[in-house]
Design a protein around this ligand. Structure first.
Ligand SMILES: [Zn+2]
Length: 627
């Protein structure tokens, strides 16, 4: 009842306090006053931006201004407040207000008159998809690393005006909404604003148009900032076009890009970090090599325009900028994207069959032999993202033996599911059908506003859609239980065989001690953690142990150790003497196993011949779907 009485009054007050500024985001409705940002780059040579932000219509009580702790698509905390300094706050009359710090990420401003204008400097010198980079060549901005925002005003639209350094040739590339002023852009809400990386530079623009079945067309743009030769820029742009036009065949249509277009923000310069970061209507793709080598990244990132930006797992929606974000499903969001990134490179003719198959087999073998599978399922690997995705810590972890990247693990699940569906239905149902079902159920339904997703999916949604798409409840439930939430692996060797690929032991019959590595200065001291289940681990050997004697012979290097192991057969037991880091000398017995290393070879390259069935299976899997 209170709501009913108060709501119209509040709306009236807000409207009457509005200035002439209304957000030009297309709705045409008068809403609350936008948050107004100005970003000035007079200090670009020092990697510093000067930012001013005006919050008006601020509710009573202190304004709580924040820097984000996280960034969409990156799962560790990055504490963007660390590079913010010289913070000041003023009221509507220009009177300076006191700023207090309740926590490391926040600036509280009390005693305001409904308007707070804040000014600050922010430093940034890393070009990638997560941070901020400013120099005379460009301002490469990830917004969580750049913009201060305010609690309780998350639904407000914002308006940004950029002022480039005097004499620069910069122009703007962004998914933000344009206005009649080429330096001013808007966002409908905080979720969209922080999801909108922006590049100011003298980039080269390449553009093409794509069309949906309903006749609606979209511009796909590549804003390319690089010192690579023009011929490579052209090769990149044409590769991007091939990828985009092949990828849409998986889903049957392009997403409704909110601003009518999608932008690849490509940055390839010698000091850059290598990265690819997905956003709703754009992606940041960066690296230090030639732009031409960035097509694999572009392929992965464009798949995200459907998978994760719109087919979005619960836990990421809406994205929480105050905490690390946890989801069960990065093995789908990243892993299935990893699989399709490679698959589409092959289907688009940018990678040959041999390379595609090698990549697929690499996913499978890393999971088959990955020690981490003894402890964690794909779901549990996803839970580690806040500690593994560009995360920094001082204390050691044993992730090298207990973690498998959800990119790899999820890619292997996607591969296993695609081949299993093709195998059991003779190609009538494939992973493409499953992705399309996910799209229709979870990606396509329109949300209230750009930047939001209406129907994020859960693990059980994934299972239920697999039941529907496969038309086989028993198969789907078994696959879900064993390979998605469980830690088993499909029979990749049998499934690969259907496509004329042999997955076999690389060193059949050869004895193996485990994965021992050493440093040059101490060539018989183990430098890596030993994985449970390996002969070395079972014998009690661990990182920093120095092996002094094996099979009764003194040893001083890994080569000598390898030579002794090679002279034995799997199953044989040999004595080992080693010195712990404490100085204690111990002896033990190692029971050697067969080398588990696998390799994938095309049947026609290993003395066999490809049958007609195998060729048909392989072509349907790896061939172009464009008519
Ligand atoms: Zn990704």
């Amino acid at each position: 009842m209170c709501h009913r009485l108060i709501a119209p009054l509040v709306a009236l007050l807000l409207v009457s306090s509005l200035s002439a500024q209304t957000p030009s985001t297309g709705s045409g409705q008068a809403g609350p006053a936008p948050i107004v940002y100005t970003l000035t780059f007079a200090n670009a040579a020092h990697h510093v931006a000067d930012v001013a932000v005006t919050f008006s219509g601020v509710p009573a009580g202190p304004l709580q201004a924040r820097m984000s702790r996280s960034s969409p698509g990156r799962y560790a905390l990055h504490e963007f407040s660390k590079n913010v300094y010289d913070v000041h706050a003023f009221d509507s009359k220009g009177k300076e207000l006191t700023v207090t710090r309740p926590n490391p990420y926040q600036w509280d401003v009390a005693g305001h008159d409904g308007t707070v204008r804040m000014t600050y400097k922010v430093f940034g010198d890393l070009v990638d998809g997560t941070y901020l980079a400013i120099d005379p060549g460009h301002a490469h901005m990830n917004m969580p690393a750049t913009l201060m925002w305010a609690r309780k005003l998350e639904d407000r639209p914002s308006r940004l005006t950029f002022t480039p350094p005097a004499g620069s040739n910069w122009k703007v590339a962004t998914q933000l909404f344009p206005t009649s002023d080429p330096w001013t852009y808007t966002a409908p809400n905080l979720q969209y604003l922080l999801d909108s990386p922006t590049e100011l530079s003298d980039y080269k623009l390449r553009e093409f148009t794509v069309k949906n079945p309903d006749g609606k067309s979209f511009a796909i743009r590549a804003a390319i900032h690089t010192d690579s030769p023009d011929s490579d820029i052209e090769a990149y742009a044409s590769g991007v076009e091939k990828i985009v036009k092949e990828m849409v065949t998986v889903f049957g249509e392009y997403p409704q890009f909110d601003n009518g277009n999608y932008t690849f923000l490509a940055d390839y310069l010698p000091t850059n970090g290598g990265d690819g970061m997905e956003h709703r209507n754009s992606t940041v793709v960066s690296g230090r090599g030639n732009v031409r080598n960035g097509l694999g990244t572009a392929s992965h990132e464009f798949f995200h325009a459907w998978n994760v930006e719109r087919i979005r797992p619960q836990g990421l929606e809406p994205f929480n900028y105050e905490e690390a974000n946890l989801t069960d499903s990065l093995w789908v969001a990243e892993g299935f994207t990893q699989y399709y990134g490679s698959l589409i490179m092959g289907r688009a003719g940018l990678s040959d069959v041999k390379r595609s198959v090698a990549g697929m087999a690499g996913l499978a073998t890393a999971v088959i032999n990955g020690p981490g599978r003894q402890f964690r399922s794909p779901v549990e690997m996803s839970h580690l993202a806040p500690f593994t995705d560009a995360a920094r810590s001082v204390d050691p972890t044993n992730f090298s033996t207990t973690f498998i990247s959800y990119y790899t693990y999820g890619g292997a699940v996607a591969l296993g599911l695609d081949l299993s569906l093709r195998d059991k239905t003779n190609g009538k149902v494939t992973l493409d059908d499953y992705m399309r079902a996910l799209w229709n159920a979870h990606g396509k339904p329109a949300a209230k506003q750009p930047g939001l997703v209406a129907k994020p999916y859960s693990l059980t949604d994934l299972r239920d859609l697999l039941i529907e798409v496969s038309g086989d409840r028993a198969f789907a439930e078994d696959f879900y239980k064993r390979y998605m939430i469980g830690r088993e692996v499909v029979d990749y060797a049998r499934l690969f065989q259907r496509a004329g690929v042999l997955l076999r032991a690389r060193n059949a019959g050869r004895a193996w001690i485990g994965d021992l590595r050493a440093n040059q200065d101490s060539p018989s001291r183990i430098s890596n953690l030993q994985a449970p289940g390996t002969p070395a681990y079972e014998a009690g050997l661990e990182q920093e142990d120095q092996i002094t004697e094996l099979d009764g012979k003194p040893v001083t290097s890994l080569q000598e150790i390898a030579g002794i192991v090679a002279s034995h057969k799997p199953g044989e037991t040999i004595a080992v003497t080693f010195k712990r880091r404490s100085g204690v000398v111990q002896t033990s017995k190692i029971t050697l196993k067969e080398d588990p290393a696998l390799e994938a070879v095309l049947v026609e390259e290993s003395g066999g011949s490809l049958t007609a069935d195998q060729k048909a299976f392989r072509d349907a899997w790896l061939g172009s779907k464009q008519r």
